[in-house]
Design a protein around this ligand. Sequence first.
Ligand SMILES: [Fe+2]
Ligand SMILES: [Fe+2]
Length: 482
Amino acid sequence: MNIVQVDYDGLIPNNVGLGEDVRVKHALEKWHPGYINWWNDMGPEGFQESLVYLRTAISVDPKGWAKFDYVRMPEYRWGVLLAPQHEGRKIPFGMHKGEDAWQEVPGEYRAMLRRLVVIQGDTEPASVEQQRYLGKTAPSLYDMRNLFQVNVEEGRHLWAMVYLLQKYFGTDGREEAEALLQRRSGDPDTPRMLGAFNEKTPDWLSFFMFTYFTDRDGKMQLEALAQSGFDPLSRTCRFMLTEEAHHMFVGETGITRIIQRTCEAMKEAGISDPNEIEKVRKLGVIDLPTIQKKANMHFSLTLDLFGNEISTNAANAFHSGLKGRYREDRLKDDHQLEGGTYPVLRLIDGKIQNEDSPALSALNMRLRDDYVVDCNVGVGRWNKMIAEHGIPFEIKLPHVAFHRHIGEFTNIKADVSGNVLSDAEWAKRRGEFLPSDGDKDFIESLMQPQMEPGKFASWIAPPRVGIDNKPGDFEYVKIADA
Ligand SMILES: [Fe+2]
Ligand SMILES: [Fe+2]
Protein backbone atom coordinates (compact mmCIF):
# COMPACT_ATOMS: atom_id res chain seq x y z
CA MET A 1 0.00 0.00 0.00
CA ASN A 2 1.48 3.31 -1.01
CA ILE A 3 0.14 6.65 0.11
CA VAL A 4 0.06 9.26 -2.63
CA GLN A 5 0.58 12.83 -1.43
CA VAL A 6 -2.32 15.20 -1.79
CA ASP A 7 -1.79 17.95 -4.35
CA TYR A 8 -3.00 21.20 -2.79
CA ASP A 9 -1.81 23.65 -5.41
CA GLY A 10 -4.65 23.62 -7.91
CA LEU A 11 -8.30 24.60 -7.62
CA ILE A 12 -9.25 21.08 -6.58
CA PRO A 13 -7.09 19.39 -3.95
CA ASN A 14 -6.63 15.77 -4.95
CA ASN A 15 -4.54 12.64 -4.76
CA VAL A 16 -5.73 11.26 -8.09
CA GLY A 17 -3.17 12.99 -10.32
CA LEU A 18 -5.59 15.59 -11.70
CA GLY A 19 -2.60 17.68 -12.77
CA GLU A 20 -1.83 15.13 -15.50
CA ASP A 21 -5.44 14.25 -16.26
CA VAL A 22 -6.34 17.31 -18.33
CA ARG A 23 -9.75 16.11 -19.53
CA VAL A 24 -11.08 15.30 -16.07
CA LYS A 25 -9.44 18.36 -14.55
CA HIS A 26 -11.24 20.58 -17.04
CA ALA A 27 -14.53 18.79 -16.53
CA LEU A 28 -14.31 19.29 -12.76
CA GLU A 29 -13.22 22.91 -13.10
CA LYS A 30 -16.24 23.46 -15.30
CA TRP A 31 -18.51 21.85 -12.75
CA HIS A 32 -16.97 23.83 -9.87
CA PRO A 33 -18.82 27.19 -10.29
CA GLY A 34 -22.18 25.40 -10.39
CA TYR A 35 -21.23 23.61 -7.20
CA ILE A 36 -20.30 26.88 -5.48
CA ASN A 37 -23.58 28.43 -6.62
CA TRP A 38 -25.41 25.44 -5.23
CA TRP A 39 -23.52 25.75 -1.94
CA ASN A 40 -24.28 29.46 -1.65
CA ASP A 41 -27.97 28.91 -2.46
CA MET A 42 -28.60 25.70 -0.57
CA GLY A 43 -25.85 25.47 2.07
CA PRO A 44 -26.03 26.77 5.66
CA GLU A 45 -28.13 29.91 5.54
CA GLY A 46 -26.83 33.02 7.28
CA PHE A 47 -23.34 31.76 8.07
CA GLN A 48 -21.47 31.74 4.79
CA GLU A 49 -19.29 34.66 5.90
CA SER A 50 -18.59 33.31 9.37
CA LEU A 51 -15.27 31.74 10.29
CA VAL A 52 -15.81 28.15 11.30
CA TYR A 53 -13.25 25.95 13.04
CA LEU A 54 -13.30 23.07 10.58
CA ARG A 55 -11.22 20.07 9.79
CA THR A 56 -10.08 19.68 6.20
CA ALA A 57 -8.79 16.43 4.78
CA ILE A 58 -5.18 16.96 3.75
CA SER A 59 -4.01 13.36 3.48
CA VAL A 60 -5.43 9.88 3.37
CA ASP A 61 -2.99 8.58 5.95
CA PRO A 62 -5.19 7.20 8.76
CA LYS A 63 -2.71 8.52 11.33
CA GLY A 64 -3.00 12.17 10.38
CA TRP A 65 -5.43 12.97 7.63
CA ALA A 66 -7.00 16.23 8.75
CA LYS A 67 -6.01 19.68 9.89
CA PHE A 68 -8.15 22.12 11.86
CA ASP A 69 -8.42 25.82 11.17
CA TYR A 70 -10.87 28.69 10.80
CA VAL A 71 -12.45 28.70 7.34
CA ARG A 72 -15.28 30.52 5.59
CA MET A 73 -17.39 27.67 4.30
CA PRO A 74 -17.55 28.76 0.64
CA GLU A 75 -13.72 28.75 0.75
CA TYR A 76 -13.51 25.22 2.14
CA ARG A 77 -11.05 23.10 0.14
CA TRP A 78 -13.35 20.39 -1.20
CA GLY A 79 -11.05 17.76 -2.59
CA VAL A 80 -11.02 14.46 -4.42
CA LEU A 81 -9.37 11.93 -2.17
CA LEU A 82 -9.16 8.19 -2.64
CA ALA A 83 -7.87 5.73 -0.07
CA PRO A 84 -4.54 4.14 -1.06
CA GLN A 85 -4.57 1.52 -3.78
CA HIS A 86 -3.83 -2.03 -2.66
CA GLU A 87 -1.43 -3.61 -5.10
CA GLY A 88 -2.88 -6.72 -6.73
CA ARG A 89 -6.37 -6.33 -5.22
CA LYS A 90 -8.85 -8.97 -6.40
CA ILE A 91 -12.62 -8.82 -6.81
CA PRO A 92 -13.74 -10.15 -3.44
CA PHE A 93 -17.19 -11.61 -4.23
CA GLY A 94 -19.71 -12.58 -6.89
CA MET A 95 -19.20 -14.37 -10.19
CA HIS A 96 -15.85 -12.62 -10.86
CA LYS A 97 -14.45 -13.41 -7.43
CA GLY A 98 -10.67 -13.79 -7.53
CA GLU A 99 -10.20 -11.88 -10.81
CA ASP A 100 -8.17 -8.65 -10.76
CA ALA A 101 -10.19 -5.70 -9.46
CA TRP A 102 -11.37 -3.42 -12.29
CA GLN A 103 -9.52 -0.14 -12.73
CA GLU A 104 -11.88 0.86 -15.55
CA VAL A 105 -15.64 0.43 -15.74
CA PRO A 106 -16.51 -3.01 -17.14
CA GLY A 107 -18.70 -2.28 -20.19
CA GLU A 108 -21.42 -4.78 -19.36
CA TYR A 109 -21.99 -3.23 -15.91
CA ARG A 110 -21.73 0.39 -16.86
CA ALA A 111 -25.39 1.31 -16.38
CA MET A 112 -25.70 -0.53 -13.08
CA LEU A 113 -22.53 1.02 -11.73
CA ARG A 114 -23.53 4.51 -12.81
CA ARG A 115 -26.84 4.12 -11.02
CA LEU A 116 -25.12 3.07 -7.79
CA VAL A 117 -22.82 6.10 -7.95
CA VAL A 118 -25.66 8.50 -8.77
CA ILE A 119 -27.91 7.26 -5.96
CA GLN A 120 -25.11 7.54 -3.43
CA GLY A 121 -24.14 10.95 -4.84
CA ASP A 122 -27.69 12.26 -4.62
CA THR A 123 -27.93 11.71 -0.85
CA GLU A 124 -24.89 13.90 -0.14
CA PRO A 125 -26.15 17.34 -1.22
CA ALA A 126 -29.66 16.36 -0.10
CA SER A 127 -28.69 16.30 3.56
CA VAL A 128 -27.00 19.70 3.25
CA GLU A 129 -30.26 21.07 1.84
CA GLN A 130 -32.28 19.47 4.61
CA GLN A 131 -30.09 21.01 7.30
CA ARG A 132 -29.60 24.46 5.87
CA TYR A 133 -31.65 26.43 8.41
CA LEU A 134 -30.38 24.72 11.55
CA GLY A 135 -27.45 27.08 12.14
CA LYS A 136 -29.92 29.76 13.25
CA THR A 137 -31.18 27.68 16.18
CA ALA A 138 -27.90 26.04 17.21
CA PRO A 139 -27.85 25.15 20.93
CA SER A 140 -24.17 26.16 21.12
CA LEU A 141 -21.25 27.19 18.95
CA TYR A 142 -19.81 23.70 19.48
CA ASP A 143 -22.92 22.14 17.95
CA MET A 144 -23.09 24.72 15.20
CA ARG A 145 -19.53 23.87 14.22
CA ASN A 146 -20.34 20.16 14.16
CA LEU A 147 -23.33 20.81 11.91
CA PHE A 148 -21.20 22.78 9.48
CA GLN A 149 -18.48 20.12 9.57
CA VAL A 150 -21.00 17.50 8.58
CA ASN A 151 -22.33 19.83 5.86
CA VAL A 152 -18.97 20.56 4.23
CA GLU A 153 -18.06 16.89 4.31
CA GLU A 154 -21.33 15.91 2.66
CA GLY A 155 -20.32 18.47 0.05
CA ARG A 156 -17.00 16.68 -0.32
CA HIS A 157 -18.79 13.38 -0.69
CA LEU A 158 -20.68 14.87 -3.59
CA TRP A 159 -17.31 15.79 -5.10
CA ALA A 160 -16.16 12.22 -4.57
CA MET A 161 -19.07 10.81 -6.56
CA VAL A 162 -18.87 13.52 -9.21
CA TYR A 163 -15.21 12.70 -9.76
CA LEU A 164 -16.16 9.09 -10.51
CA LEU A 165 -18.91 10.23 -12.89
CA GLN A 166 -16.66 12.65 -14.75
CA LYS A 167 -13.68 10.35 -14.89
CA TYR A 168 -15.33 7.05 -15.80
CA PHE A 169 -18.74 7.70 -17.37
CA GLY A 170 -18.14 10.12 -20.24
CA THR A 171 -21.04 12.24 -21.45
CA ASP A 172 -23.64 10.44 -19.32
CA GLY A 173 -21.44 11.02 -16.32
CA ARG A 174 -21.24 14.72 -17.05
CA GLU A 175 -25.02 14.95 -17.36
CA GLU A 176 -25.54 13.07 -14.12
CA ALA A 177 -23.05 15.41 -12.39
CA GLU A 178 -25.12 18.39 -13.55
CA ALA A 179 -28.37 16.77 -12.46
CA LEU A 180 -26.95 16.26 -8.97
CA LEU A 181 -26.84 20.06 -8.65
CA GLN A 182 -30.36 20.50 -10.05
CA ARG A 183 -32.47 18.26 -7.81
CA ARG A 184 -33.59 19.71 -4.50
CA SER A 185 -34.62 18.03 -1.29
CA GLY A 186 -38.37 18.20 -0.82
CA ASP A 187 -39.04 19.92 -4.16
CA PRO A 188 -42.26 18.46 -5.61
CA ASP A 189 -41.00 18.84 -9.21
CA THR A 190 -37.32 17.91 -8.85
CA PRO A 191 -37.00 15.97 -5.60
CA ARG A 192 -33.97 14.06 -4.42
CA MET A 193 -34.04 10.40 -5.35
CA LEU A 194 -34.79 8.75 -2.00
CA GLY A 195 -37.69 9.39 0.38
CA ALA A 196 -35.85 10.08 3.64
CA PHE A 197 -33.79 12.74 1.84
CA ASN A 198 -36.92 14.70 0.98
CA GLU A 199 -38.11 14.94 4.59
CA LYS A 200 -37.57 18.06 6.64
CA THR A 201 -34.95 18.33 9.37
CA PRO A 202 -36.76 21.07 11.25
CA ASP A 203 -35.04 21.01 14.65
CA TRP A 204 -31.89 19.84 16.37
CA LEU A 205 -33.37 16.68 17.82
CA SER A 206 -34.20 15.74 14.23
CA PHE A 207 -30.66 16.64 13.18
CA PHE A 208 -29.10 14.37 15.79
CA MET A 209 -31.55 11.59 14.95
CA PHE A 210 -30.76 12.06 11.26
CA THR A 211 -27.01 11.86 11.80
CA TYR A 212 -27.49 8.86 14.09
CA PHE A 213 -29.91 6.87 11.96
CA THR A 214 -29.70 8.17 8.40
CA ASP A 215 -25.97 8.84 8.20
CA ARG A 216 -25.62 5.31 9.51
CA ASP A 217 -27.50 4.03 6.47
CA GLY A 218 -24.85 5.98 4.55
CA LYS A 219 -22.17 4.13 6.44
CA MET A 220 -23.75 0.75 5.59
CA GLN A 221 -24.04 1.64 1.91
CA LEU A 222 -20.46 2.93 1.82
CA GLU A 223 -19.21 -0.20 3.58
CA ALA A 224 -20.97 -2.32 0.95
CA LEU A 225 -19.61 -0.19 -1.93
CA ALA A 226 -16.12 -0.14 -0.37
CA GLN A 227 -16.07 -3.87 -1.17
CA SER A 228 -16.73 -3.21 -4.85
CA GLY A 229 -14.73 -4.93 -7.55
CA PHE A 230 -14.59 -1.53 -9.28
CA ASP A 231 -11.48 -0.32 -7.50
CA PRO A 232 -11.91 3.47 -7.81
CA LEU A 233 -15.35 3.19 -6.17
CA SER A 234 -13.96 1.02 -3.43
CA ARG A 235 -11.13 3.44 -2.68
CA THR A 236 -13.44 6.47 -2.75
CA CYS A 237 -15.86 4.91 -0.30
CA ARG A 238 -13.12 3.73 2.01
CA PHE A 239 -11.93 7.27 2.48
CA MET A 240 -15.48 8.65 2.85
CA LEU A 241 -15.99 6.25 5.76
CA THR A 242 -13.29 8.01 7.80
CA GLU A 243 -15.33 11.23 7.57
CA GLU A 244 -18.64 9.46 8.08
CA ALA A 245 -17.53 8.23 11.50
CA HIS A 246 -17.64 11.82 12.78
CA HIS A 247 -21.19 12.29 11.50
CA MET A 248 -22.37 9.35 13.55
CA PHE A 249 -20.39 10.58 16.53
CA VAL A 250 -22.29 13.87 16.27
CA GLY A 251 -25.61 12.01 16.25
CA GLU A 252 -24.85 9.57 18.99
CA THR A 253 -23.29 12.05 21.40
CA GLY A 254 -25.92 14.68 20.58
CA ILE A 255 -28.73 12.38 21.67
CA THR A 256 -26.71 11.21 24.67
CA ARG A 257 -26.27 14.82 25.77
CA ILE A 258 -29.98 15.56 25.36
CA ILE A 259 -30.87 12.48 27.42
CA GLN A 260 -28.27 13.41 30.02
CA ARG A 261 -29.71 16.89 30.43
CA THR A 262 -33.26 15.53 30.70
CA CYS A 263 -32.26 13.01 33.33
CA GLU A 264 -30.25 15.55 35.33
CA ALA A 265 -33.11 18.04 35.29
CA MET A 266 -35.63 15.38 36.34
CA LYS A 267 -33.39 14.31 39.19
CA GLU A 268 -32.85 17.88 40.40
CA ALA A 269 -36.61 18.45 40.35
CA GLY A 270 -37.32 15.16 42.10
CA ILE A 271 -39.30 13.71 39.17
CA SER A 272 -38.74 10.00 38.72
CA ASP A 273 -41.72 9.15 36.49
CA PRO A 274 -40.69 9.68 32.84
CA ASN A 275 -44.37 9.95 31.87
CA GLU A 276 -44.87 13.19 33.82
CA ILE A 277 -44.45 14.86 30.47
CA GLU A 278 -45.79 18.31 31.29
CA LYS A 279 -43.75 18.58 34.47
CA VAL A 280 -40.60 17.52 32.65
CA ARG A 281 -41.21 19.96 29.82
CA LYS A 282 -41.57 22.81 32.27
CA LEU A 283 -37.91 22.21 33.15
CA GLY A 284 -36.93 23.25 29.63
CA VAL A 285 -35.78 19.77 28.62
CA ILE A 286 -37.14 17.16 26.21
CA ASP A 287 -39.13 14.37 27.88
CA LEU A 288 -37.94 10.83 27.17
CA PRO A 289 -41.19 9.63 25.52
CA THR A 290 -40.84 12.38 22.90
CA ILE A 291 -37.23 11.36 22.24
CA GLN A 292 -38.52 7.81 21.74
CA LYS A 293 -41.12 9.02 19.22
CA LYS A 294 -38.50 10.92 17.25
CA ALA A 295 -36.33 7.80 17.20
CA ASN A 296 -39.32 5.79 15.93
CA MET A 297 -39.78 8.22 13.10
CA HIS A 298 -36.17 8.52 11.96
CA PHE A 299 -35.46 4.82 12.30
CA SER A 300 -38.51 3.81 10.25
CA LEU A 301 -37.84 6.40 7.52
CA THR A 302 -34.26 5.21 7.29
CA LEU A 303 -35.22 1.54 6.99
CA ASP A 304 -36.98 2.48 3.75
CA LEU A 305 -33.58 3.44 2.30
CA PHE A 306 -32.58 -0.21 2.24
CA GLY A 307 -35.19 -0.87 -0.44
CA ASN A 308 -37.29 -3.97 -0.99
CA GLU A 309 -36.42 -6.94 1.17
CA ILE A 310 -36.37 -9.15 -1.91
CA SER A 311 -34.55 -7.41 -4.72
CA THR A 312 -33.23 -8.49 -8.10
CA ASN A 313 -31.20 -5.27 -8.37
CA ALA A 314 -29.39 -6.09 -5.15
CA ALA A 315 -28.78 -9.66 -6.36
CA ASN A 316 -27.39 -8.40 -9.68
CA ALA A 317 -25.14 -5.82 -8.05
CA PHE A 318 -23.63 -8.48 -5.84
CA HIS A 319 -23.44 -11.21 -8.46
CA SER A 320 -21.61 -8.83 -10.82
CA GLY A 321 -19.11 -7.84 -8.16
CA LEU A 322 -20.23 -4.20 -7.85
CA LYS A 323 -21.72 -3.99 -4.35
CA GLY A 324 -20.79 -6.37 -1.56
CA ARG A 325 -22.20 -7.08 1.85
CA TYR A 326 -21.41 -5.16 5.02
CA ARG A 327 -17.74 -5.91 5.67
CA GLU A 328 -17.66 -8.67 3.08
CA ASP A 329 -13.95 -9.13 3.77
CA ARG A 330 -14.65 -10.30 7.31
CA LEU A 331 -17.33 -12.84 6.37
CA LYS A 332 -16.49 -16.51 6.17
CA ASP A 333 -18.41 -18.15 3.34
CA ASP A 334 -18.00 -18.67 -0.41
CA HIS A 335 -18.75 -14.97 -1.18
CA GLN A 336 -20.93 -16.07 -4.08
CA LEU A 337 -24.14 -17.12 -2.33
CA GLU A 338 -25.49 -19.04 -5.31
CA GLY A 339 -27.04 -21.84 -3.29
CA GLY A 340 -27.54 -20.21 0.10
CA THR A 341 -30.66 -18.93 1.80
CA TYR A 342 -31.33 -16.08 4.20
CA PRO A 343 -34.32 -15.59 6.52
CA VAL A 344 -36.46 -12.67 5.37
CA LEU A 345 -39.21 -11.11 7.45
CA ARG A 346 -42.32 -11.11 5.27
CA LEU A 347 -46.02 -10.58 5.42
CA ILE A 348 -47.57 -14.00 4.84
CA ASP A 349 -51.35 -14.49 5.23
CA GLY A 350 -51.54 -11.23 7.14
CA LYS A 351 -48.87 -12.35 9.61
CA ILE A 352 -45.31 -11.12 9.93
CA GLN A 353 -43.02 -14.13 9.76
CA ASN A 354 -39.62 -15.28 8.61
CA GLU A 355 -39.26 -17.08 5.33
CA ASP A 356 -36.05 -18.54 3.96
CA SER A 357 -35.30 -16.84 0.66
CA PRO A 358 -32.43 -17.17 -1.82
CA ALA A 359 -29.50 -15.39 -0.21
CA LEU A 360 -28.71 -13.39 -3.34
CA SER A 361 -32.17 -11.85 -3.52
CA ALA A 362 -32.16 -11.10 0.19
CA LEU A 363 -29.12 -8.82 0.26
CA ASN A 364 -31.05 -5.65 1.06
CA MET A 365 -32.62 -7.44 3.99
CA ARG A 366 -29.26 -8.63 5.15
CA LEU A 367 -27.72 -5.16 5.02
CA ARG A 368 -30.73 -3.82 6.90
CA ASP A 369 -30.30 -6.49 9.57
CA ASP A 370 -26.65 -5.49 9.98
CA TYR A 371 -27.81 -1.89 10.22
CA VAL A 372 -30.27 -2.65 13.01
CA VAL A 373 -27.53 -4.38 15.01
CA ASP A 374 -25.27 -1.35 14.52
CA CYS A 375 -28.06 1.04 15.59
CA ASN A 376 -28.65 -0.87 18.79
CA VAL A 377 -25.12 -0.28 20.05
CA GLY A 378 -25.70 3.43 20.64
CA VAL A 379 -29.22 2.82 21.94
CA GLY A 380 -27.64 0.63 24.61
CA ARG A 381 -25.42 3.53 25.63
CA TRP A 382 -28.40 5.90 25.85
CA ASN A 383 -30.19 3.42 28.10
CA LYS A 384 -27.15 3.12 30.32
CA MET A 385 -27.23 6.88 30.77
CA ILE A 386 -30.94 6.75 31.73
CA ALA A 387 -30.38 3.83 34.12
CA GLU A 388 -27.50 5.64 35.84
CA HIS A 389 -29.97 8.35 36.78
CA GLY A 390 -32.37 5.77 38.22
CA ILE A 391 -35.17 6.58 35.78
CA PRO A 392 -37.33 3.63 34.73
CA PHE A 393 -37.32 4.11 30.96
CA GLU A 394 -35.71 2.38 28.02
CA ILE A 395 -35.37 3.62 24.46
CA LYS A 396 -36.30 0.79 22.08
CA LEU A 397 -36.04 0.63 18.33
CA PRO A 398 -39.47 -0.03 16.84
CA HIS A 399 -40.28 -3.22 14.96
CA VAL A 400 -39.14 -3.15 11.32
CA ALA A 401 -42.78 -3.38 10.16
CA PHE A 402 -43.63 -0.11 11.90
CA HIS A 403 -44.41 2.96 9.75
CA ARG A 404 -42.96 1.67 6.50
CA HIS A 405 -43.35 3.06 2.99
CA ILE A 406 -41.20 0.64 1.02
CA GLY A 407 -41.10 -3.14 0.96
CA GLU A 408 -43.13 -5.91 2.57
CA PHE A 409 -44.92 -3.80 5.15
CA THR A 410 -45.96 -0.87 3.00
CA ASN A 411 -49.61 -1.84 2.97
CA ILE A 412 -50.12 -2.63 6.60
CA LYS A 413 -50.17 -0.60 9.77
CA ALA A 414 -48.20 -2.02 12.65
CA ASP A 415 -47.50 -0.77 16.15
CA VAL A 416 -43.94 -0.41 17.45
CA SER A 417 -43.96 -4.04 18.62
CA GLY A 418 -44.98 -5.34 15.20
CA ASN A 419 -48.66 -6.07 15.94
CA VAL A 420 -50.79 -5.45 12.89
CA LEU A 421 -53.37 -2.69 13.49
CA SER A 422 -56.55 -1.77 11.65
CA ASP A 423 -56.59 1.65 9.99
CA ALA A 424 -58.92 2.88 12.70
CA GLU A 425 -56.65 1.66 15.49
CA TRP A 426 -53.66 3.20 13.78
CA ALA A 427 -55.40 6.55 13.42
CA LYS A 428 -56.32 6.46 17.10
CA ARG A 429 -52.88 5.44 18.36
CA ARG A 430 -50.53 7.17 15.90
CA GLY A 431 -49.70 9.88 18.45
CA GLU A 432 -48.40 7.22 20.85
CA PHE A 433 -45.76 6.23 18.34
CA LEU A 434 -44.88 9.31 16.31
CA PRO A 435 -44.44 12.97 17.28
CA SER A 436 -47.78 14.81 17.43
CA ASP A 437 -48.21 18.44 16.42
CA GLY A 438 -48.05 19.30 20.10
CA ASP A 439 -44.73 17.48 20.45
CA LYS A 440 -43.36 19.29 17.43
CA ASP A 441 -44.51 22.67 18.77
CA PHE A 442 -42.88 21.96 22.08
CA ILE A 443 -39.55 21.01 20.50
CA GLU A 444 -39.72 24.06 18.28
CA SER A 445 -40.28 26.27 21.34
CA LEU A 446 -36.96 25.04 22.74
CA MET A 447 -35.01 25.87 19.61
CA GLN A 448 -33.60 29.16 20.85
CA PRO A 449 -30.06 29.83 19.65
CA GLN A 450 -27.22 29.96 22.15
CA MET A 451 -24.27 31.64 20.50
CA GLU A 452 -22.11 32.62 23.45
CA PRO A 453 -18.86 30.59 23.59
CA GLY A 454 -19.06 27.85 26.22
CA LYS A 455 -22.83 28.23 26.78
CA PHE A 456 -25.45 25.60 25.94
CA ALA A 457 -29.21 25.66 25.48
CA SER A 458 -31.30 24.42 28.40
CA TRP A 459 -32.10 21.07 26.81
CA ILE A 460 -28.63 19.73 26.05
CA ALA A 461 -25.58 18.99 28.21
CA PRO A 462 -22.11 20.19 27.19
CA PRO A 463 -19.86 17.59 25.54
CA ARG A 464 -17.30 15.78 27.63
CA VAL A 465 -14.40 16.99 25.48
CA GLY A 466 -14.08 19.68 22.86
CA ILE A 467 -13.32 19.22 19.18
CA ASP A 468 -9.56 19.03 18.57
CA ASN A 469 -9.19 19.08 22.38
CA LYS A 470 -10.24 22.72 22.58
CA PRO A 471 -11.35 24.10 25.97
CA GLY A 472 -15.03 24.45 26.87
CA ASP A 473 -15.32 28.15 26.06
CA PHE A 474 -13.59 27.90 22.68
CA GLU A 475 -15.15 30.06 19.98
CA TYR A 476 -15.88 27.35 17.38
CA VAL A 477 -17.67 29.79 15.10
CA LYS A 478 -16.79 33.47 14.77
CA ILE A 479 -20.11 34.77 13.60
CA ALA A 480 -19.93 37.46 10.97
CA ASP A 481 -22.59 40.16 11.03
CA ALA A 482 -25.00 39.43 8.24
FE1 LIG B 1 -21.85 11.49 3.11
FE1 LIG C 1 -22.64 11.67 6.48
